[in-house]
Design a protein around this ligand. Structure first.
Ligand code: UDP
Length: 245
């Protein structure tokens, strides 16, 4: 496995590129955890492997369901081979229940079921703290050149249906989550980044206990236990459907 050279280091991942390979890159899942735009930092041993494996299983499931992503293959125990994409500078958030920044903005308690899923866009810019942007702002100011917002929304809502299909039998409520999309060299729109408890809110369906990064953001403790539990349930859900690491 030739990693090539480190070309990017983000909060949770590193990207390596072999200059000879124009189409694919390696993504390393780090053990680090960050919150509030990296003002809060932590880590736990094995987190990179857990997240990488969870993302792998989900990408494989989505692929089978006809959702194209940048995922190519998994190399234990922390490397993912992905199609190189140009990331669209929008974080696409889908909400099924009221929580987080939307609950805060509306001065409401978390947990209310929304009448229908909501899709929101945030402009990816760490210096600006990824601000919320409206469809009109994105289009009028050309914040995501060449991006069809309807296509993004449709893809995000379709992914939401599949993710709910995954988490529901695992006894987990998919409260909300964040997606990123990119375009490959041929201009194809691909789901990119990762889907893991770092970017999803997952609550136990019965007890409403949190099994996601809010345990770290809110100092609830037991983040390693929570991620291991989601991983365990996901591995068994996928195994029953013939999808393995
Ligand atoms: N989220 C994320 N990265 C971000 C912002 C949000 O992965 O930079 C995820 C977050 O984990 C949650 C969903 O997007 O599952 C909605 O987050 P929200 O807007 O409520 O913001 P937060 O309360 O996390 O600041």
């Amino acid at each position: 496995m030739n990693l090539g050279t480190l070309v990017y280091e983000g909060k949770g991942k590193k990207i390596y590129k072999d200059p000879a390979d124009q189409r694919q890159v390696w993504m390393e899942f780090k053990d680090d955890l960050t919150a509030f735009n990296a003002q809060k930092k932590g880590s736990f041993s094995g987190k990179g492997r857990l997240n990488g494996e969870m993302a792998t299983l989900i990408f494989r499931y989505l692929k089978r369901a006809g959702i194209p992503s940048h995922f190519v293959s998994w190399e234990p125990d922390r490397f993912m081979r992905v199609e190189e994409v140009k990331i669209i500078p929008l974080e696409v958030v889908v909400r099924n229940y009221l929580a987080g920044s939307l609950a805060k903005k509306l001065g409401k308690e978390e947990g209310e079921k929304l009448p229908r899923p909501i899709v929101e866009f945030y402009y990816k810019d760490d210096g600006l703290n990824d601000p919320f942007v409206s469809d009109d702002q994105i289009m009028a100011l050309n914040l995501a050149p060449g991006t069809d917002l309807m296509a993004l929304k449709t893809a995000a809502l379709e992914i939401n249906v599949h993710l709910r299909e995954i988490f529901r039998p695992m006894g987990l409520r998919l409260v909300d989550f964040k997606l990123e999309f990119g375009r490959d060299v041929d201009g194809r729109l691909l789901l990119a980044d990762e889907i893991t408890p770092d970017g999803c809110r997952l609550w136990d369906e019965k007890t409403l206990e949190k099994f996601d990064k809010d345990r770290f953001r809110r100092d609830l403790g037991g983040i390693d236990h929570a991620y291991k539990e989601v991983h365990k349930r996901l591995v068994s859900f996928m195994r029953e459907r013939g999808i393995e690491i």
